[in-house]
Design a protein around this ligand. Structure first.
Ligand SMILES: O=C(O)C1=C[C@@H](OP(=O)(O)O)[C@@H](O)[C@H](O)C1
Ligand SMILES: C=C(OP(=O)(O)O)C(=O)O
Length: 417
């Protein structure tokens, strides 16, 4: 969609979905690869990269820091001249928007410069997201931050390395940020964790990508985005169809922990997969599951829970209250407006299906995942006549990670009818 309307009524599918939904590149892998390529001693070309608001923010920040970055959106490539741990520009303004990866990874990254001065800011929502624990860890290494939240100015002093304490109980990205710069500190960092780290598979992704980049590749291929893929799994369930999802990597060695969503829905009998084909399966019972390891996908399930038989219970999601928005509260509010009975606790949501209330405008709270997950619910033909019954406010927020989402949904709909 080249220009997005302020609100978008979702036209239901009157036929089961079929066709192809090619995935955009993974946001998490693209933004890690950009940092790791910048740290590499050579030039690296990323292939199958994501072009979205979050990755453009990362590219713009690296350019502001003096890196040469060439993008080719048609070819989905980004070429970056690595500087082996050097940060070329001494003073820069870094705008992180609402990209958690850019915010955390860049904050640690600039600290490699022994004499830098970097002015960070982000969207209104970013000013409430956790960064203080990372700044504390970096200060223990000699950096000085003007505040414990965005906006702040960071005076950097290089990283001596050695023991550093970190609390990653609000976001694993704080830990990933330190791990990626660690090999470039004067001695490696020895991160001592305080509290329980959330979203652990993202830390494993970081460790595996650091190992991959240690081999100094000239080319690096980015997997399709597994979180984005979750919307096509739920679309198959909602429309009782099946589709090909090129770019989906369900192999056990996939880098993205969010493929666990596919294992969960398969185990509960809601979908079946064969290679990159995803189809609905006959079961319709509600799902009870712990989502801490793959919490970006909890919204995909919660949004379609009104169509399942029996309650859905999603546990382990307290940390998502500090993401793009308070996702637990926002989900509870929108599902309640749709007529559902929702029990919200600090760490969990329990949704008891009730008849859906039509003609609701879904509030998306500047959160791409609200827009995309509720759009899939709207694909359900509630009245049986193909007329829209659910409207998404601010559909443009999907550009954070998946600019083509609504176009792809429209082409799947026309291709299925
Ligand atoms: O490291 C990453 O790429 C991410 C880690 C997770 O965040 P938290 O660690 O903040 O939960 C996840 O929700 C986010 O979309 C991407
Ligand atoms: C939590 C998310 O993003 P971020 O990278 O900004 O943390 C997300 O994409 O769901």
């Amino acid at each position: 969609m080249s220009s997005y309307p302020p609100t978008l009524p979702i036209i239901p599918f009157t036929q089961p979905v079929r066709g192809q939904a090619p995935l955009p590149g993974s946001k998490s892998i693209t933004n890690r690869a950009l940092i790791l390529a910048a740290l590499s001693p050579r030039t690296v070309t990323l292939r199958g990269a994501l072009f979205s608001r979050d990755t453009r923010i990362m590219v713009a920040a690296l350019r502001a820091l003096g890196f040469t970055v060439a993008t080719d959106e048609a070819a989905l490539t980004i070429t970056i001249e690595g500087r082996g741990g050097e940060i070329p520009v001494r003073e820069a303004r870094i705008e992180v928007g609402n990209a958690g990866t850019a915010a955390r990874f860049l904050t640690a990254f600039v600290c490699l410069r022994p004499d830098g001065l970097y002015h960070f800011d982000g969207d209104e929502a970013m000013r409430r997201r956790p960064i203080g624990a990372l700044l504390e860890a970096l200060e223990s290494q000699g950096a000085r931050a003007s505040a414990r939240a965005f906006p702040f100015t960071l005076a950097t002093a290089g990283l001596p390395g050695g023991p550093v304490q970190l609390d990653a109980s609000e976001s694993s990205q704080l830990l990933s940020a330190l791990l990626m710069v660690s090999p470039h500190a004067r001695t490696p960092l020895d991160v001592q964790l305080k509290g329980e780290t959330v979203s652990r598979p993202f830390v494993t992704m970081t460790e595996r990508m650091i190992a991959q980049f240690a081999a100094q590749p000239a080319d690096y291929a980015i997997e399709g985005d597994a979180t984005a893929a979750s919307y096509f799994a739920t679309l198959a369930v909602v429309t009782e169809g099946g589709l090909d999802v090129p770019g989906l990597n369900l192999a056990p060695d996939a880098l993205q922990g969010d493929i666990e969503f596919f294992r969960l829905l398969t185990a509960r009998g809601l979908i079946r997969t064969a290679g990159q084909h995803v189809a609905h399966a006959p079961a319709r019972s509600g799902v009870i599951a712990h989502f801490n390891d793959f919490s970006d996908t909890f919204l995909s399930l919660a949004a379609i829970s009104p169509l399942l038989d029996g309650p859905t219970k999603i546990v382990g999601i307290a940390h998502t209250r500090k993401q793009e928005t308070d996702r637990v509260a926002g989900m509870a509010r929108e599902l309640t407006r749709l007529g559902q009975h929702v029990i919200e606790t600090e760490d969990a949501l329990e949704i008891h299906p009730r008849p859906l209330t039509p003609d609701v405008e879904i509030e998306t709270y500047h959160d791409h995942r609200f827009a995309m997950s509720f759009a899939i619910l709207g694909c359900h033909d509630l009245r049986g006549d193909g007329r829209p019954w659910l409207t998404i406010k601010d559909p443009a927020c999907c550009t954070k990670t998946f600019p083509a989402f609504f176009d792809l949904l429209a082409s799947l709909r026309s291709g299925s009818h």
